[in-house]
Design a protein. Sequence first.
Length: 217
Amino acid sequence: MNGILGFVILEEKMEKDYHDYVINDGKLIGNFDEMYKECENPWHQREDAAISYSRWDTVRTIKNYGIKNVLECGCGLGFFTKLMADLLPESKITGMDVSPNAIRRAKEMFPHIHFYAGNVNDLGKERKIDNYDCIIFSEIMWYILEDLKEIFKNIRDNFNGYIIVNQTFYNGQQKYGNNFFTNEQEMANFLCLNSLVLNIYKKRDVDSYATHNVFKI
């Protein structure tokens, strides 16, 4: 009986849709810590870390610009953080996520990498950033729209380095955030930044595409 009950509980956990914790029906839910508690592999991080074009371009950008100290914001379970650490042994890679559950799981899987739970709103304020050469915003822009202006003001005031924004856009299908921006150029204009590098990749489905955007502060 206990075995059957355990199987039912595991099955229910696997069936939970991570989207329900993020954005639902055009509204931001943003319950990321609960999501990482209830969902095993949100956004297919385990598989996508090694096949994402934007992430491979991130590795190339770090190599090309000789970047030595990197902070990845939105590291999630740390699979891409580990990939960078493996491929960029001359660079120090740090992963940060707003979810303590995500960070706990990342530390358990990759104890040799530095992870910490933190909020991008604290960058340049409670959280020192002038020791980094590069800050990566890893598919989190839709979740911090309301605070973006202040976040980037704090970065400009306290940071001199590269910003990498890897972000997916949805070809007019986006139901949330359209009053801020709808594509990569509108995003750059909103942030008052000029791109050093802009790469765009079509995704498997016709309604979305990924971008790799590099800025210099």
